[in-house]
Design a protein around this ligand. Structure first.
Ligand code: AKB
Length: 316
């Protein structure tokens, strides 16, 4: 019987992932875990446990007791925040991964999902239609931790047969939970400001093309990869996922098509240098060929859905 544990369930991906997993496998089968004492309303439909992924003893004893079949390990510091707290980011992004990989190696977990990111690429990577296999010299702490994590995942698969699966997420766009501390966050913030003030000041310049993806597609990709037959999962580092590539200007124009008079302004900050080191677009042929990945949301549909659904009371 499937029993799923989602660590980092309170974050941008975690909240929507738990909701979808509970729809598919039943509320009681999906345990949400996060560092906060209490979970949000959205997660109250099933079990919740307070868990600090750095508390190795607690994580080990909880998993040994509960024996989840599948663990999604989402707890991490994203790119912009990680630059401000490099040592903590390295610890958080790596130590939790080792704890979970070791538990799987010891037979307590059957399958692991661990998220990687386009941040594994760097300024020496070809930036257009970035291939699955290419030069990888990330220059951010977050990117370095994700690349190291990918190598460890593949190592645990090759050496110990640990069934670990991963996606290099592009920037993720959603309205249920706010993103926290990423370089791609502008593409979510913009919708709140568009609704509230009909204008937005982007912290990336107008020409910064980055790959992005609507959350519903990202959640579907995650579950499709986790449910794919083992032999189809040929890449055990992490799969490229393309999503939709656009610049802040293109996103602003798409919003202006829906909202008369919407105005964009630009005030690039330290996140510009991070964006400049990342791919503009991604080649995800391997994901398409290996486990049948196909994206649904394009820019127009994503913009319409976001404008309809963002709740501006979430913006302080
Ligand atoms: C970030 O901007 O740090 C994340 C990512 C691309 O992994 N959204």
């Amino acid at each position: 019987m499937k029993k799923v544990l989602v660590i980092g369930a309170g974050g941008q991906i975690g909240t929507e992932l738990v909701i979808e997993l509970r729809k598919r496998f039943g509320n009681e089968q999906v345990i949400a875990a996060d560092v906060k004492d209490e979970c949000s309303e959205a997660l109250k439909t099933g079990p919740y446990v307070k868990m600090d992924v750095l508390d190795k003893e607690f994580v080990r004893s909880y998993i040994q007791e509960e024996k989840p079949t599948d663990v999604y390990l989402l707890a991490a510091l994203l790119s912009a925040t990680a630059e401000k707290h490099p040592e903590f980011a390295w610890r958080l992004n790596m130590e939790g991964l080792f704890t979970i990989l070791d538990l799987a190696k010891e037979g307590y977990i059957q399958k692991i999902f661990w998220p990687s990111s386009i941040a594994v690429f760097g300024p020496t990577t070809p930036r257009d239609f970035t291939p699955q296999y290419t030069v990888m010299e990330p220059t951010t702490i977050y990117g370095i931790s994700k690349l190291a994590g990918e190598r460890w995942c593949e190592y645990y698969f090759n050496k110990f047969g640990v069934d670990v699966r991963s996606i290099r997420y592009p920037g993720l766009i959603s309205y249920t939970s706010l993103p926290g501390g990423g370089t791609t966050d502008y593409a979510v913030d913009i919708f709140y400001h568009a609704k509230k003030t009909n204008s937005y000041t982007s912290f990336l310049n107008e020409e910064s093309a980055l790959p992005m993806m609507y959350m519903e597609d990202a959640i579907r990709a995650t579950i499709e990869l986790m449910e794919a037959p083992k032999e189809n999962v040929k890449i055990r580092s992490s799969y490229n996922l393309a999503g939709i590539s656009f610049t802040p200007k293109q996103l602003g124009d798409a919003i202006a098509n829906e909202k008369d008079g919407f105005k964009m302004h630009y005030a690039p900050d330290f996140r510009q240098a991070i964006a400049d080191s990342w791919p503009k677009s991604i080649d995800d042929t391997s994901a398409q060929n290996d486990w049948g990945w196909k994206m649904k949301y394009d820019l127009t549909e994503m913009v319409k859905t976001m404008l309809e659904n963002v709740d501006i009371s979430k913006l302080n």
